[in-house]
Design a protein. Structure first.
Length: 339
């Protein structure tokens, strides 16, 4: 017998479901704006695996007006609730909570909101002023309403994930935030509810986003491999002799160049990605770049050339009238290792 509670539209129904099948320490939420696809299903499956068969997994479906700016696609944002409920159930959710705007914001838009602070003004925040204030306000409300022990979010929205983690830490929310890797189509395009807006020609152009990220990642991997080889023996004549003895004199020179010459590292990664994006700008239809950034995930500021640690290569662009984002995580060097 299925334990799926189905579609819940108000907080009393949600509280009832939570009371009957919620398990202390094993309650998870996956927050969405609907139009669910395989990327969302991946989040639900991760939540189910985390809490186990007896845990409680709720998927929220709410198109949040606070995070849409003037001229953005609030009215045309896809709404497919019936299909969303089916996908959530098949992926392992126990319930779908799809409240109305009045349920979430009784009495109109809230006068007290959560401020995203300086990080919320960078990249996506610079392009969409106030966006992250709206995101954090609704996430904070939904965390209170669903009362999870753990919440799952996709890494495709990397800045959003970073902001939510910061909010939870700074405001002492008693919940663990888990990021799930980006789900992609077979051709590399990141899964997004907005992909359905793309024509066949626009989709071909949109592939440049993931291709640029992969180009940057490939350049980074080559640099790191050469640096590792350069560190295997001291940077002396003996190293060149040793490598030449096994037919790797060219590799020795390349390794030394990559390890020592300015212009490698983050700058080379950005340049490799930018080449693909510049090519896509000349396609028909063209890709219109919003930003390409290589940032520290702690605060989403650009990383310096001597950076070591985790980073995010992020891109945002428009193809036709559709705005898309994507990113890929990278790790630079080993903190504390000699270069």
């Amino acid at each position: 017998m299925s334990r799926f509670w189905g579609l819940l539209s108000d907080t009393d129904e949600l509280a009832d479901a939570h009371a009957h099948i919620g398990v202390p320490g094993h309650n998870a939420v996956v927050m969405t704006m609907g139009a669910l696809h395989e990327g969302h299903a991946t989040l639900v499956r991760a939540a189910r695996e985390h809490v186990g068969p007896k845990g409680f997994v709720v998927v929220t479906v709410f198109v949040n007006p606070l995070q849409f700016g003037q001229g953005e696609d609030l009215d045309r944002y896809p709404r497919t609730l019936e299909a969303d409920v089916r996908l959530a159930e098949q992926a392992g959710a126990d319930a779908v909570f799809a409240p109305s705007v009045d349920e979430v914001y009784p009495g109109g838009q809230p006068q007290v909101r959560i401020s995203a602070g300086p990080m919320g003004e960078r990249l996506e925040g610079a392009t969409r002023p106030g966006h992250f204030d709206g995101v954090l306000t609704v996430v904070g409300k939904l965390l209170h309403l669903t009362r999870p022990d753990v919440a799952f979010f996709g890494q495709k929205d990397a800045q959003q994930l970073a902001m939510i983690r910061r909010m939870v830490r700074d405001l002492n929310f008693g919940v663990r935030i888990v990021g799930v890797p980006t789900a992609r189509e077979a051709d590399g395009l990141a899964l997004s509810s907005r992909n359905r807006y793309l024509s066949t020609e626009e989709r071909r152009t949109a592939l440049a986003l993931s291709q640029a990220l992969f180009a940057g990642s490939d350049r980074h991997a080559a640099q790191e491999a050469l640096r590792a080889r350069a560190r295997e023996v001291p940077a002396t004549h003996a190293r060149a002799q040793a490598l030449s003895a096994i037919g790797e004199s060219r590799a020795a020179a390349d390794a030394h160049a990559v390890a020592k010459v300015p212009g490698g590292g983050p700058a080379a990664v950005r340049a490799a990605a930018r080449l693909l994006l510049d090519d896509a700008a000349r396609l028909r239809p063209p890709l219109v770049l919003d930003y390409l950034a290589l940032v520290d995930p702690a605060d989403f500021t650009e990383i310096p050339d001597d950076f070591t640690g985790e980073a995010v290569l992020a891109v945002a662009a428009k193809v036709g009238t559709t705005r898309l984002i994507d990113n890929i995580p990278l790790t630079f060097g080993t903190p504390g290792a000699a270069s």
